[in-house]
Design a protein around this ligand. Structure first.
Ligand code: NAP
Ligand code: HSE
Length: 436
C-alpha cells in the first residue's frame, strides 16, 4: 500500500521532534500502521532554518495554504501554535477532506466545538493526543480505556513549565527568572510563557479533559484560571511543614450542582504520588466510578515526548482512514448528538479546603477573633500553625487549614478578618485538595 502523505505546519520544537522520530522509527511504525507515513511538505516562516533540518527530504514552503490545499496530502499536522490563523488553516484542511492532527490545546479549547462540528460533517478525523500532557496518552485513556466509567473528576499537573519552575525553585533554590529561561531553552514553554505561568495553558488542557470526560462542549471562557506568579516561597515552606506540597493543578469535577473547572496552585498531601511529580513531568489522576482512581504519568513537554503523541495519532488515523466514519471513536469521546451543555460553576460556588495565612499582632485575643469569624461563616478548622514571633518582632504568622467549605464562605470570612485591626495586610488563600 502506498504511504500516507503528511503536510506539516510548523517545524519548531514539536515539528522537528516529529520529523526526527518519524524518520528514525519509520520501519517500526510501518509494521504497526500497515503502511508508511511520509512527510511530503512543510510550511514554516524561516525557510533556511527548516531546510537545514530536513536536508532535502521533503519540500519546504512559507505559504501554509499550499499545504492545506495540496491534493496529494492526506493528513495535515498542525504544530504551529496560535488560534486565529491556525483555525482558518485547520478548517480549510477539513473542508478539503483532510484529516488533522494537532498539538494545539489553545486552538481546541477556544475553537474546538466549531472544528469538531466541521470534521464531523465532513467525515474526517481530528486527533489531539499531544494537546494534553505531552507524551502521556491521557486522551486515549479518557476516550477509550475508561469508556465504561462515569468519570467523577480529573485532576492533573498538566503544565511542564510551571512544575519545572516549582521543583527547581524548591530543590535548588534558584530564582523564578533563571528557571523560566531554562524551561524555554529546553523547549517546554509556550511561545508566550505567560500562558504557562499564569495557568492559561493548563486551563486549555483542563477544558479539553473536562469536555471528553463529561461529554460537555469546550468551555474555556468559564474556566477559573490562576497561575503561580503570586505564589510566595514562605507558603511553600509552611505547606511543607504541614505535610503538603504545592502544585499547579488543573481540576475538572462533576458535582450535583454543575461542573467545577479550575486551575490554581493547590496544596496536596505530600504522601500522594502526584505530589511527588517533579520537573517537567506531568501526571493526571482520574476518578471513575468503576475503576476507582487511576494515574497517568510521564513527560508533559519537550520535542520527542510530544512527537510520540503526534505520531500515535498519525498511526491511529492511518489505520482508520478507510473505516466508515460512524465506526470511529467520536472526536470528543461521546456521540456528537449526546454532548450536553452543563453549568460550569462560578468559583464562589465550588467546594474545597483552604490554606490561609494571616500576619497578626502578637497579642491576646487575636486568635479568638479570627476563629469566631470562621465559625460565623460555618468554616471548620482542620489544622493550625502559629509561629513564635522572631526576636524584636511584634507580629507573627498564623496558618490555618480548613475542612471543605464553599469558596464564597471563605471569601466572606477573609473580608471580615482583614478588617480586624490586629490583622496586617491581606490574607493569603491557597486551595487544598486531598485527592483521595
Ligand atoms: P515552536 O517551537 O515555536 O514552533 C512553531 C513552528 O511553527 C515554527 O517552525 C514556526 O516557524 C512555525 N510557524 C509559526 N507561525 C507560522 C506561520 N504563520 N506560518 C508558517 N509557520 C509558522 O512551537 P512548539 O513548541 O513546537 O509548539 C507548537 C505547538 O505545539 C503549539 O500549539 C504548542 O502549544 C504545542 N505543544 C508544544 C509542546 C512543547 O513541549 N513545546 C508540547 C505540547 C504541545 P519559524 O520557526 O520558521 O518561525
Ligand atoms: N508549555 C507546555 C508545558 C507545553 O509547559 O506544559 C506542553 O503542552
Amino acid at each position: 500500500m502506498k504511504p500516507i502523505k503528511i503536510g506539516l505546519l510548523g517545524l519548531g520544537t514539536v515539528g522537528a521532534g516529529t520529523f526526527r522520530v518519524l524518520r528514525r522509527n519509520q520501519q517500526e511504525i510501518i509494521r504497526r500502521a500497515g503502511r508508511g507515513i511520509e512527510i511530503s511538505m512543510i510550511a514554516v516562516r524561516d525557510l533556511p532554518k527548516a531546510q537545514a533540518i530536513v536536508a532535502g527530504a521533503c519540500e519546504v514552503v512559507t505559504d501554509c495554504l499550499q499545504v492545506v490545499n495540496h491534493p496529494d496530502i492526506d493528513i495535515v499536522v498542525e504544530l504551529m501554535g496560535g488560534t486565529e490563523f491556525t483555525k482558518e488553516l485547520v478548517l480549510t484542511a477539513i473542508a478539503n477532506g483532510k484529516h488533522v492532527v494537532t498539538a494545539n490545546k489553545a486552538l481546541l479549547a477556544i475553537h474546538g466545538n466549531e472544528i469538531f462540528r466541521a470534521a464531523q460533517d465532513k467525515g474526517v478525523m481530528v486527533a489531539f493526543e499531544a494537546a494534553v500532557a505531552g507524551g502521556i496518552p491521557i486522551i486515549k485513556a479518557l476516550r477509550e480505556g475508561l469508556t465504561a466509567n462515569r468519570i467523577e473528576w480529573v485532576a492533573g499537573i498538566i503544565n511542564g513549565t510551571t512544575n519545572f519552575i516549582l521543583s527547581e525553585m524548591r530543590d535548588k533554590g534558584l530564582d523564578f527568572a533563571t528557571v523560566l529561561k531554562q524551561a524555554q531553552e529546553l523547549g517546554y514553554a509556550e511561545a508566550d510563557p505567560t500562558f504557562d505561568i499564569e495557568g492559561v495553558d493548563a486551563a486549555h488542557k483542563a477544558t479539553i479533559m473536562a469536555a471528553i470526560a463529561f461529554g460537555i462542549p469546550m468551555q474555556f471562557d468559564k474556566a477559573h484560571v490562576e497561575g503561580i506568579s503570586a505564589l510566595q516561597a514562605i507558603d511553600i515552606n509552611y505547606a511543607e511543614q504541614l505535610g503538603y506540597r504545592i502544585k499547579l493543578l488543573g481540576i475538572a469535577k462533576r458535582t450535583t450542582k454543575g461542573i467545577e473547572l479550575r486551575v490554581h496552585p493547590t496544596l496536596i498531601p505530600s504522601n500522594r504520588l502526584i505530589a511527588n511529580v517533579e520537573g517537567a513531568m506531568n501526571a493526571v489522576l482520574v476518578q471513575g466510578d468503576a475503576v476507582g482512581a487511576s494515574m497517568y504519568y510521564g513527560r508533559g513537554a519537550g520535542a520527542e515526548p510530544t512527537a510520540s503523541a503526534v505520531i500515535a495519532d498519525l498511526v491511529d488515523i492511518t489505520r482508520l482512514a478507510t473505516a466508515d466514519p460512524e465506526h470511529r471513536v467520536p472526536h470528543m469521546a461521546f456521540q456528537p448528538d449526546s454532548i450536553r451543555q452543563e453549568v460550569v460553576l462560578p468559583m464562589a460556588e465550588i467546594t474545597t479546603s483552604y490554606y490561609l495565612r494571616l500576619s497578626v499582632a502578637d497579642q491576646t485575643g487575636v486568635l479568638a477573633d479570627v476563629t469566631r469569624i470562621m465559625a460565623d461563616f460555618t468554616i471548620s478548622i482542620d489544622a493550625m500553625l502559629q509561629k513564635e514571633p522572631a526576636q524584636d518582632e511584634t507580629k507573627t504568622d498564623i496558618i490555618m487549614l480548613t475542612h471543605q467549605t464553599q469558596e464564597k464562605n471563605v471569601l466572606a470570612a477573609i473580608e471580615k478578618i482583614e478588617q480586624l485591626s490586629s490583622v496586617y495586610g491581606q490574607v493569603t488563600k491557597i486551595r487544598l485538595e486531598q485527592l483521595s
